[in-house]
Design a protein. Structure first.
Length: 141
């Protein structure tokens, strides 16, 4: 994949800035879109309201603890619709609760990553996501 479009669904401004910085630091050409709540994520992905012209992403980084609609609600909606079912969704959240992990995989998350608290570890996690999900694997049409 030459240029990947990544949708970051995150309400924490600090995590948004860190993720943007990590992609910039890697100097890999990716398009990163950001929405700050679950309702906007659904609108973005189903091209509704202010997101009617939104480009469908190749990969979604999804926080669980979101306003408007939770990450689990977003995950359920996306994996239940044909037009969004195949988009890989990586849950990237602060929760390490086994209940949250089980629920995310039950609703077909492609992977689950607990956000590292250490800055360098967080950057490394983003690098590894990019390396695996953008550079290494093949995505469905």
């Amino acid at each position: 994949m030459d240029i990947a479009h990544i949708l970051l669904v995150e309400d924490n401004e600090g995590d948004i800035l860190l993720t943007q910085e990590a992609f910039r630091e890697r100097k890999i050409v990716n398009k990163l879109s950001v929405v700050r709540n679950g309702g906007d994520a659904v609108d973005f992905l189903f091209k509704e309201g202010q997101f009617a012209e939104a480009e469908r992403p190749d990969l979604i980084l999804l926080d669980l603890n979101l306003p408007v609609k939770s990450g689990i609600e977003v995950l359920q909606m996306l994996k239940s619709r044909k037009e969004t079912r195949k988009i890989p969704i990586i849950v990237l959240t602060t929760s390490s609760s086994q209940k949250d992990i089980d629920k995310a995989y039950f609703h077909h998350a492609n992977s689950y990553i607990t956000k590292p608290l250490d800055l360098e570890e967080f950057m490394q996690a983003i690098f590894k996501i990019e390396e695996f999900w953008i550079q290494l694997i093949k995505h469905p049409e």
